[in-house]
Design a protein around this ligand. Structure first.
Ligand code: NDP
Length: 457
C-alpha cells in the first residue's frame, strides 16, 4: 500500500487532505476497467451524452462556491480567480454537450475518383481509452477540457491530476458520475507523475494521451508513449508588442491582469512586453502605476488580488533567475514572504536571460524596448515556445503583419496573450505543444474517421 498523498494549502502550508495513492498495478487495473467502460458508453447515445454533460454542468453551477473554495485552498487562487475558473468549467461542460450532439461524418465523393457505382461516407468513432494528465494551475477547468470532450466523443478516460492540487479534478469526476457517466468510463488515479502518470503513458490500453503541463514533462511523455495519439498542451513565455499608436492606458490595465493572474502561474501569462521606443517611458510609467495597486495576501481574503505561488521552492527559483540577470533594471520589486511574491517589473533584461528564454511562471513581467514592429516580431519569435502572442496597435496593416509574423497558436490584437475563452481553438506551435483544445477541437482529436463503402454495381 502506497503512503497517503498529503495536500497542503500553498498559502499557509496547512494540511487540507490526505488521499489514498495508486500504484502501477492499480493503474493497470483501472485501465482494464476503462476498456470495459467503452462498452458501457456504446449504450449511451449522443442525446444521452448531451443530457449527462448538461446535468453535470448544472451540478457544478449549483455548487460553484464549494468548487471555488476547493480551488482557493488547494491552488491558492484568489476568490475572483477561483470563481472565474468554476464559471469556465460550467461553460466547458455545456460546450462539450453541444459537441456530443454534433458528432457526425460526411459523404466521400467516390464519383470524383471515377467510381460512380461506389458510394460511401465516414463516421467519427471514439478513439478508445484516453489517458488524461493535468497540471496544478487550472485543476478543474483543464480536467474538464479533457474528460468532457472525451465523454462527448464516446471515449472512456482515466484522469491523473497534479499531486499538489488533485481535489478539484476528483470533485469534477464525482460530479460526472452523479450526472450519469458510468463509473467504469471515468476514473481517477492519484500519485506521482514519474510512476503513476508514467504507467498510464506506457500502457498499451490507452489509444490517446492528452497532457497539459510543462515542456520537460511533455517531452518525457512523448518518449514513453509509443504508438498513441498525443495531445500536448505545454508551457510558454508569452509576449505582447506595444506599438506607438496603441491605447497605452488599456494595454497597461490589461497587463496588470495578464502578468499577475494566479501569481503569473498561467501557461499564457504575459511574461515579455516589447514596447516601441517612442512610447517606452510613458508606457512603463502607466504600467507601474497600475501594477503598484495590486494587493497580495491570503487568498481566502476577498480583497486579495495576488495570491501565493504553489510552493516556496518556486519563489526561490524565480528569485534566483532574477539574480542571474544583474544588469537588468528592477523597476518594481515584489516583496517576498513565504510562498507570496509581490509583483515584479524588470527592464533592459538581456534576451538570453532565463527570464526571457524560459517560462517564468511567476508574477514577473519583463518590459524591453524595441525599434519597431519588425524587431519586435523577431524578438517575440526568438524562443522555443509559441502558445499565444499579442499586439496593441490601432493600425490594421501592422496588426495583420503581427498576426502573420508571430509564431504562435493564437495572436490577439488589442488584447493580452493571456486571454482565453473555452470555445477557442487553443494550443501551441513549436515547444508549446501539439494539437488543439476547446471542446470542438478536442472531440476531433479524440475521434477517428471510419470509412463505410458500398459497391452498388
Ligand atoms: P508538470 O509538467 O510538472 O506536471 C503536469 C502533470 O504531469 C502532473 O499531473 C504531473 O504529476 C504529471 N507528470 C509529471 N511527470 C510525469 C511523467 N514522467 N509521466 C506522466 N506524467 C507526469 O506541470 P505543472 O503541474 O507544474 O503545471 C505547470 C505547467 O503546465 C506549466 O509549464 C504551464 O505552462 C503548463 N500549462 C499549460 C497549459 C496549456 O494549455 N498549454 C495550461 C496550464 C498549464 P505530479 O503532479 O504527480 O508530478
Amino acid at each position: 500500500m502506497a503512503e497517503k498523498l498529503k495536500v497542503y494549502n500553498p498559502y499557509d502550508n496547512s494540511l487540507i487532505a490526505e488521499l489514498e495513492q495508486d500504484t502501477v498495478s492499480t493503474v493497470q487495473a483501472k485501465l482494464g476497467v476503462a476498456g470495459n467502460g467503452l462498452i458501457r458508453l456504446h449504450g449511451l447515445n449522443q442525446l444521452k451524452r448531451y443530457e449527462v454533460l448538461n446535468k453535470a454542468s448544472d451540478i457544478v453551477a449549483d455548487n460553484s462556491e464549494d468548487f471555488a473554495r476547493t480551488l482557493v485552498l488547494e491552488v491558492g487562487k484568489t476568490w475572483r480567480e477561483a470563481r472565474n475558473e468554476v464559471a469556465r468549467c460550467v461553460n466547458t461542460l455545456r460546450l462539450s454537450a453541444v459537441e456530443a450532439v454534433k458528432l457526425a461524418g460526411e459523404e466521400v465523393p467516390f464519383s470524383a475518383a471515377s467510381h460512380p457505382h461506389k458510394q460511401g461516407f465516414y463516421r467519427r468513432i471514439p478513439s478508445g481509452v484516453v489517458a488524461a494528465i493535468t497540471p496544478f494551475n487550472f485543476p478543474l477547468n483543464l480536467a474538464a477540457h479533457k474528460i468532457c470532450p472525451a465523454f462527448a466523443a464516446g471515449c472512456s478516460t482515466v484522469l491523473k491530476p497534479a499531486s499538489v492540487a488533485p481535489l478539484s479534478g476528483i470533485k469534477l469526476v464525482e460530479t460526472m458520475h452523479e450526472a450519469g457517466v458510468p463509473s467504469e468510463a471515468l476514473q481517477v488515479v492519484i500519485g506521482p507523475g514519474s510512476s503513476v502518470g508514467n504507467a498510464l503513458v506506457e500502457s498499451h490500453i490507452p489509444r490517446m494521451v492528452t497532457f497539459t503541463g510543462s515542456k520537460v514533462v511533455g517531452e518525457e511523455i512523448t518518449r514513453h508513449a509509443g504508438l498513441k495519439k498525443l495531445a500536448m498542451e505545454l508551457g510558454s513565455n508569452s509576449a505582447v508588442v506595444i506599438l506607438a499608436d496603441a491605447d497605452l492606458e488599456r494595454a497597461a490595465r490589461r497587463i496588470r491582469v495578464g502578468g499577475y493572474a494566479l501569481a503569473g502561474q498561467v501557461c499564457i501569462s504575459t511574461q515579455r512586453v516589447y514596447v516601441e521606443d517612442k512610447v517606452f517611458d510613458k508606457f512603463l510609467e502607466l504600467l507601474i502605476s497600475e501594477v503598484k495597486t495590486l494587493k497580495p495576501g491570503d487568498p481566502l481574503d476577498e480583497e486579495t488580488e495576488l495570491g501565493p505561488m504553489i510552493e516556496v521552492k518556486e519563489v526561490e527559483r524565480i528569485v534566483a533567475w532574477i539574480d542571474e540577470a544583474p544588469c537588468a533594471e528592477r523597476i518594481l520589486e515584489g516583496k517576498r514572504e513565504g510562498s507570496l511574491l509581490g509583483p515584479w517589473i524588470l527592464t533592459n533584461v538581456p534576451e538570453d536571460a532565463r527570464l526571457i528564454k524560459q517560462e517564468a511562471f511567476a508574477p514577473v513581467v519583463v518590459v524591453n524596448r524595441v525599434r519597431d514592429l519588425d524587431e519586435a516580431i523577431q524578438r517575440v519569435n526568438a524562443t522555443d515556445y509559441g502558445l499565444q502572442g499579442a499586439v496593441f496597435t490601432r493600425d490594421l496593416r501592422k496588426a495583420f503583419q503581427a498576426c502573420n509574423g508571430i509564431e504562435a497558436g493564437g495572436v490577439l490584437v488589442n488584447e493580452i496573450p493571456t486571454f482565453r475563452v473555452d470555445l477557442m481553438p487553443y494550443g501551441g506551435m513549436k515547444g508549446s505543444g501539439l494539437g488543439r483544445e476547446g471542446p470542438a477541437y478536442a472531440v476531433r482529436e479524440m475521434t477517428e474517421e471510419k470509412l463505410y463503402l458500398f459497391d452498388l454495381t
